[in-house]
Write a protein that binds this ligand. Structure first.
Ligand code: SF4
Length: 507
């Protein structure tokens, strides 16, 4: 249990986020307290016994105490909000680092997109060495993470420039269906297996998508479409009939031939068939994902994937035979019961398949999830941050040895009680020229994305200010998450999108 006592709520979100990074098992309690009370508690040294954190925030100074470690910072002048927040985070980091003798690889960075900070400096002309130094000094990142972040930002910047990122736009289409739900799933995907009205639901959903696609195509007519990404869920969970219908909708509304990338996630190998691959190929799909997550059958069974490693190999071979020359594979570091040896086996097996890119996700498990319960009761093998960190290092080594380079990255949002280890990164590695443009666009938020379907979130990037940061430059609009509501309220979703296309945030 961690209690934070502070005389202000001014930076509560940042304080909580950093404290949770140091104490990943806990959801800290934040108490707004009188200054005198805090001073008395600190004087009594009560805090040495527990993990109470005391913070006094004044206009020109900050004081922090934890476990007897006291740190203070005084500003020369009255700082602006950003400067104040940055110093507060640095001081809090130093205090907790000394108090609990832990170092965080991502330092004071708690956001989901650390590459954005590096990207900003790359785009303003700094070289890689300067940017890595900046990430290390300013945010206390480890040298390894600072360099990773900088390398990715540099590669992304090159790709974004090559596609003229601020003139074009991308389209995302969400298919919120899967054959069954994996036990660790944090999306709101609907299992189709055993659903009585599955056919009718697919028909109604794809019809709603058609209406939204028609609107988006009209609204963005005259603007260059750079990439199309059909994600989920598992788009190939749609039956052949509705997958074909969806492809017809896309081709009927968008100029598929001129896009730089047309991705369809074929995620679950058990949804892939020769006929579906043929539908995708003839629709002009250029990139697909076949996601093993792990090549260990025992783990696959325990996470509810309902397919074997052999099925992954089979689906992958089918996709190659169908002519796909850009195939991605997703794997997960930190699955229940897996240690470095198991992960190494997965890397070895996907190495044999030689996909064009692979993405490594570090698993974050919701405290109340079914998966977490199983994981806590299965007795056993060691879990936690270190093992996942080791796996991420192994993946990086594997990538280096086999000609892949890291090209995009993000971290999961750290919510109270969400993680059992410091939140680590998810990294996409690709061979030269096989990077997913959409993945870069969505992570760096440098291009408008019109997102279609239940739960999809659109982002309008101000075309006159492509270098603007996330606070000022992006206008968002969200569709409702529930599939049935999305279908029933499709006209309202289109109205929302109309307002969004004219520059109004709609949620
Ligand atoms: S395949 Fe992905 S979206 Fe579908 S249930 Fe599994 S984790 Fe969730």
């Amino acid at each position: 249990m961690v209690d934070i006592y502070c005389n202000s709520d001014r930076c509560e979100y940042d304080i909580r986020a950093l404290v949770m990074a140091f104490f990943p098992y806990t959801a800290p309690d934040y108490h707004i307290s009188e200054e005198n009370y805090i001073r008395e508690r600190v004087k009594d040294c009560n805090s040495e016994k527990g993990t109470d954190i005391y913070i006094l925030m004044h206009e020109r100074s900050i004081f922090i105490e934890c476990k007897g470690v006291k740190k203070e910072y005084a500003f020369d002048d009255k700082p602006d909000t950003k400067k104040y927040r940055d110093e507060l985070k640095r001081l809090l980091y130093k205090t907790l680092n000394a108090a609990v003798k832990e170092e965080l690889k991502w330092g004071t960075l708690t956001g989901v997109r650390p590459t954005k900070l590096a990207m900003k400096r790359i785009l303003s002309g700094h070289d890689e060495e300067q940017v890595a130094d900046y990430m290390q000094k300013e945010f206390f990142c480890s040298r390894q993470k600072a360099e990773l972040c900088t390398e990715i930002a540099k590669r992304e910047a090159g790709i974004l420039k090559s596609i003229g990122f601020y003139e074009g736009y991308s389209v995302y289409i969400g298919i919120p269906f899967c054959p069954t739900v994996c036990t660790y799933c944090s999306f709101s995907s609907m299992p189709l297996t055993g659903l009585d009205n599955a056919d009718e639901l697919m028909a109604r959903y794809t019809d709603a998508l058609r209406k939204e696609c028609e609107y988006v195509a009209k609204a963005f007519c005259g603007r260059r479409l750079v990439s199309i990404y059909v994600g989920g869920g598992t788009p190939t969970a749609l039956s052949e009939k509705y997958l074909k219908y969806l492809m017809d909708i896309i081709r009927g509304n968008f100029d598929v031939r001129s896009v730089r990338e047309f991705t369809v996630e074929a995620g679950r190998p058990d949804t892939i068939s020769e006929a579906k691959l043929a539908i995708l190929r003839s629709a002009g799909v250029t990139r697909i994902s076949v996601n093993p997550q792990t090549m260990n059958d025992v783990t696959l069974l325990s996470i509810g994937r309902k397919h074997t490693a052999q099925q992954t190999v089979y689906a992958y071979d089918l996709a190659r035979k169908a002519g796909f020359d850009n195939i991605n594979m997703d794997i997960i570091a930190g699955l229940s019961g897996e240690d470095e040896e198991d992960f190494s086996y997965t890397l070895e097996r996907i190495g044999e398949l030689d996909p064009d890119s692979f993405t490594v996700h570090s698993l974050v498990v919701k405290r109340a999830s079914e998966y977490r319960k199983i994981r806590e009761s299965d007795g056993a093998r060691r879990y936690g941050g270190r093992i996942v960190e080791n796996m991420l290092d192994m993946a990086m080594e594997h990538a280096k040895k086999n000609g892949y380079k890291p090209y995009y990255m993000y971290r999961q949002k750290n919510k109270a009680g969400l993680s059992e280890s410091p939140v680590l990164e998810n990294v996409g590695y690709a061979k030269e020229g096989k990077e997913s443009i959409y993945n870069i666009v969505i992570m760096e938020e440098k291009q408008t994305v019109a997102a279609i379907g239940a739960g999809a979130q659109s982002k309008l990037v101000d075309p006159y200010d492509p270098y603007a940061d996330e606070v000022t430059g992006i206008i968002r609009s969200s569709n409702v998450k529930n599939v049935y509501e999305y279908i029933d309220r499709i006209d309202e979703m289109i109205e929302r999108k109309k307002r969004w296309a004219y520059g109004q945030s709609v949620n």
